[in-house]
Write a protein that binds this ligand. Sequence first.
Ligand code: JB2
Length: 210
Amino acid sequence: MSKKQVVLIGGGGHCKSVIEAIQSDEHIDFIGVVDAQKLENVLGVAYLGDDSILQDLVNQHYQFLITVGNIGAPNLRIKLFDKIKSLNGLFTTGISPNALVAKSSSIGEGTVIMQHAIVNAEVVIGKNCIINSKALLEHETTIGDHVHISTGVIVNGQCKIGNNCFIGSGSVIGNNVTIADNSIIGAGSVVLKDIKEAGTFFGQPARKFK
Ligand code: JB2
């Protein structure tokens, strides 16, 4: 099987974590990193240039991952994803070899599954998501597009997490809970009831903050 030739978009902290998570995948070759500011290299992966070279990279049939983390606000991740799509670029998925991903799950383009994450039976994950280190997604849960499930989050069975949501580190989402598009859940929160309208929520149980 030929290797996937992958370009990483954004060369900061999250990019380093993604490199560590997937570099032992023998099917991936890193071509380099694209970043708005000039860098030396990122953990030995070459700096290629800024976003003005994206069309060139698309023309060379490389595959892309968005590696800006953008905690709490998906706007930059969405903007970069849409820009590469508009240039007819292809996205890959990045799955850490030490994540546990059920065969019956489905993972959208551009999504990364980080170290020691668990994705259980019949989970469906949209595009351009981050399922961060040690997150647990239980059976039949659905995750929308551009969602960031942070480190150590537990999402129990049959939940529905809407598009563009951010779930902060260590939060617990109870069984069968639906969270509206564009919601932000602060770190360490416990969500046991549906969130029907977008907002910022935190606490145990989580309450609306704004
Ligand atoms: O328009 C852009 C652009 N804007 C910022 N295009 C490209 N190609 N790159 C852009 N960047 C770059 O994203 C910045 O120049 C910078 O190098 C990088 C963001 O790095 P930073 O370390 O600030 O954040 P991060 O998004 O990698 O990590 C955040 O999210 C992670 C999930 C941090 O909060 C981490 O602590 C967190 N683990």
